[in-house]
Design a protein around this ligand. Structure first.
Ligand code: ADP
Ligand code: MG
Length: 184
């Protein structure tokens, strides 16, 4: 089950000097870096990278709604809407702001079950819920209530593809086939 997955070291991790720490966690687990590139993405590039379909926007919006419910916060009062797709659209704009703050580091990571193994090393999307020992759990306590109140995306240090299909699309979005290496 040798797979490839896309990892992005996001601007908060770049600013905090955590690129090396994150790469060494991937290497320590036995995963192989087969491509790497630093880019300062343009807004349109980030808009095209993250999905725009209703399903994805709803899933992102629901992360806010669930954590508001847990905390007894009223989404209408905080954000002016309780529609998950609408909130998803708002979050996507903040996400594009975040991802274009500094250059980002793009990595193609290869290994046995790489997609699910990397997701496990990275941890829950919401750092306050991520287990200790994961990248997000060890280096952040961010949550949607805090982030959304400050009109910004959750800062969670890394992106990692969610499925083998997403990985194929995301890798092809940033890398040409001849930029990805094969070595023992
Ligand atoms: P993941 O990065 O774990 O795959 P998603 O694909 O659902 O998570 O979301 C993409 C990114 O958008 C997240 O990593 C996070 O930075 C941001 N994000 C997602 N949901 C929210 C939210 N409800 N509020 C603020 N930011 C969010
Ligand atoms: Mg995702």
């Amino acid at each position: 089950m040798i797979e490839r997955t896309l990892v992005i070291i996001k601007p908060d991790a770049v600013k905090r000097g955590l690129m090396g720490e994150i790469i060494s966690r991937l290497e320590r687990a036995g995963l192989k870096i087969v491509a790497a590139k630093m880019v300062w993405a343009r807004r349109e590039q980030m808009e095209g990278f993250y999905p725009s379909d209703e399903g994805w926007l709803r899933s992102v919006g629901n992360k806010t709604l669930n954590s508001y419910k847990e905390m007894g916060l009223d989404p209408k009062a905080e954000l002016g809407t309780d529609d998950p797709v609408e909130i998803g659209r708002m979050v996507k704009r903040w996400l594009v702001d975040y991802m274009t703050e500094t250059p980002i580091l793009l990595l193609v990571v290869e290994g046995n079950h790489a997609v699910s193994v990397v997701r496990k090393l990275v941890g829950n999307t919401l750092p306050y819920k991520a287990e200790p020992g994961t990248i997000r759990g060890d280096f952040s306590v961010d949550s949607p209530d805090l982030a959304n109140r400050e009109k910004r995306s959750i800062r969670n240090l890394v992106h990692a593809s969610d499925s083998p299909e997403e990985a194929r699309r995301e890798i092809a979005y940033w890398f040409r086939e001849d930029e990805i290496y094969s070595y023992k």
